[in-house]
Design a protein around this ligand. Structure first.
Ligand code: SF4
Length: 642
């Protein structure tokens, strides 16, 4: 299985954000308009000609007096200066807008994060609650509650905030669902990080900018809500807000008096702030909404019942025994890996090859319990130090991951968190598994690791997007080595790199494997890499192991027809005249597996038995295991010769 992802956008730092926002014309207009409104609110005592809260003596001529040099926007029904009320009113409207939006952010953000991250029953329950609040008209509920709890400004803020979180919750949930499927979260889980750590360090930083963008939009809704409540007489009577001004003007004869100045300015002020926050919110959302690719994370399936399987060899670092991985419906599962047994011995490099869809990555992700949702190990064992990973508790598994078993993911751009520096991510891995490591020691170790993989130590401060493809992959390798693992799974570590960089990365991986004595499981399509770098080879086809043995034996004397065809399709630098052949057909679909040998439909040597019976793994004279009836020692000699 190949994990293919859209490249993640480069991290948007504060400077880049501001620059991009100012480059967005509508966003810039929103910033200017909102800044003006906030400035007016802050400097109201300096800007307002009079204090509208101060009692004044008025005559009948002062009521709804037309705009004049004494009162630029005329007076209201109490003979007070409309401009002053407008300036002071901005304070109430903005306080309500910002405070209520903050409450909505807290409630909606928390619900969205929990529902998106934990999903399943809790997520569904929270989303049903959200749907319930979504279908109830906000305004009707606000009117009822404010009428019951009282019209104080504090109550109005709480009611608007507590009822305005639904869109935030849905947005945050959707983003959390996307972000948690990114490879860097997958990698953090593989590091052994717990849920809270992943949420705090990896999910929230990615979701927060969108929450902020959404909050700006919620501010405008909150201001509108407050204005509406005030307009219908449910505003706080002790404060002046724009909605309150409109309420007084309508209720106290401004329309019949033709006092447009008592109506239009507060109406325009509301439009001004709502328009400013909407423009700014939309621009922020446009700027901050990353194009999130898809990659699935591990569900926690219930472990299969223990099976009686043969024990692992004594020198095995990781022993996969009769592993079966299924996807989809439990009643009619798709079997992606079927009864695979592979041993990765201490200090050796094992190349796992085969066409796409043959189960290479699924086998290793299944072994590490990092399968996509819907995927589950239904049989077999994965033994590490005598412990079965398949049945291991979550805490033990977290301790094991990365400290003992780490992964070099393909596509480092996706596997590295784009908003955190390389050093930060390496230090995270170190400190997750060594709580006594001080930040200084972890940073020193991160520098050391970068130097070990041929990068300058000061690149600890670099972000993934600041590195070339080769450097990113080196950083990914440094990350995989952070805790001195015993086994490293390298999942197509040179995919998408050019040939020269591929060679450098592989040379690096091989030299590190030999220097550090770790075991490496190299998942690749490249037989050349396996020939140069590995001690043993595992050839997978249709979710089973077709052949496995030492690289020298399998390359010199392949036994399985599929292995032979793979090698024939592989160019040989020593034999430039070699005619390359492609293997006709394609690997079987998981929902349409052949009843007998999985390779039979494409096999040039297939015979009757192959169509109905699945070949077991035969151990041949060289020590290789070959799943093909051609090497069945019980096969009649004349048939074998034929
Ligand atoms: S068992 Fe039969 S079909 Fe399968 S690889 Fe061997 S010869 Fe071909």
């Amino acid at each position: 299985m190949t994990i293919g992802l859209e490249p993640l956008p480069a991290p948007i730092t504060g400077g880049i954000r501001l620059k991009a926002l100012l480059g967005n014309r509508l966003g810039l207009i929103g910033v200017i308009m909102l800044t003006l409104a906030v400035a007016v609110a802050i400097f109201a005592p300096l800007l307002a000609p009079t204090d509208p809260y101060e009692p004044v003596r008025v005559s009948i001529d002062d009521i709804y007096a037309e705009p004049s040099s004494a009162h630029l926007l005329g007076t209201d029904d109490a003979g007070k200066d409309v401009l002053s009320a407008l300036v002071y009113g901005s304070r109430v409207s903005l306080i309500v807008g910002f405070s209520a939006a903050f409450i909505s952010l807290l409630i909606g953000g928390t619900i969205g994060l929990v529902a998106g991250y934990f999903g399943r029953a809790l997520g569904n329950f929270l989303m049903r609650v959200t749907d319930f609040f979504l279908v109830i008209p906000d305004l009707a509920l606000q009117i009822v509650i404010v009428a019951i709890v009282g019209q104080s400004l504090r109550n109005i803020i709480i009611v608007i905030g507590a009822l305005g979180w639904t869109t935030t919750a849905r947005l945050v949930r959707a983003q959390t669902l996307s972000v948690k499927e990114r490879k860097f979260v997958f990698r953090a889980r593989a590091l052994g990080a717990g849920d809270f750590h992943i949420l705090r360090r990896h999910i929230v930083p990615q979701v927060l900018p969108l929450m902020v963008a959404n909050t700006v939009l919620v501010i405008s809704l909150a201001i509108l809500s407050e204005s509406t409540l005030a307009f219908i007489g449910l505003g706080d009577p002790t404060v002046i807000s724009w909605g309150q001004m409109l309420n007084f003007a309508f209720a106290r004869g401004a329309v019949s008096a033709g006092a447009w100045w008592a109506l239009i300015p507060p109406g325009l002020a509301i439009v001004w702030v709502v328009l400013a926050t909407t423009l700014l919110g939309n621009a922020l959302e446009e700027l901050l909404n990353p194009r999130l690719g898809r990659h699935h994370l591990e569900p926690e399936p219930s472990p299969p019942a223990p099976l009686a399987v043969k024990s692992a060899p004594s020198d095995a670092a990781l022993s996969i025994r009769d592993l079966r991985v299924e996807f989809g419906d439990e009643e009619a599962p798709l079997v992606a890996v079927d009864g695979v047994s592979v041993d990765i011995r201490r200090g050796e490099a094992v190349g796992i090859v085969g066409e796409s869809g043959c189960g290479k990555t699924t086998m290793m992700l299944g072994a590490l319990r990092l399968l996509a949702p819907g995927g589950r190990v239904t049989a077999g064992e994965v033994l590490y130090e005598g412990e079965d990973i398949v049945r291991m508790g979550a805490d033990d598994l977290r301790k094991l991951r990365w400290a003992e078993l780490s992964v070099v993911f393909q596509g480092a751009m996706n596997a590295l968190n784009p908003v955190r520096t390389i050093g930060d991510q390496i230090e995270e891995a170190i400190r997750l598994h060594d709580e006594s490591a001080s930040p200084r020691a972890a940073e020193a170790r991160a520098r050391e690791l970068l130097e070990l993989v041929g990068m300058p130590g000061d690149r600890v401060d670099a972000y993934a997007h600041e590195l070339s493809g080769g450097m990113r992959q080196r950083a990914m390798i440094a990350l995989a080595l952070a805790c001195d693992p015993v086994v490293v799974v390298a999942d197509e570590p040179t995919t998408a790199l050019d040939v020269m960089v591929q060679a450098q990365i592989m040379a690096l991986l091989v030299s590190l494997q030999r220097r550090l004595g770790m075991a490496v499981a190299l998942i690749t399509h490249d037989l050349g890499l396996v020939a140069e770098s590995c001690d043993r080879i595992v050839v997978m086809y249709g979710g089973i192991v077709a052949e496995q043995g030492s690289v020298s034996e399998v390359f010199a004397n392949p036994q399985h027809p599929y292995t032979k065809l793979l090698l024939e399709a592989f160019p040989d630098v020593d034999d430039t005249d070699k005619a390359l052949v492609s293997i006709p057909g394609a690997p079987p679909r998981l929902d349409d597996l052949p009843p007998g040998c999985r390779f039979a439909p494409r096999c040039p040597a297939a015979f009757g038995r192959c169509q109905v019976e699945r070949p077991p793994a035969y151990v041949v004279a060289s020590g290789s295991e070959v799943a093909c009836f051609l090497v069945d020692p019980a096969r009649p000699k004349e048939a074998a010769d034929a």
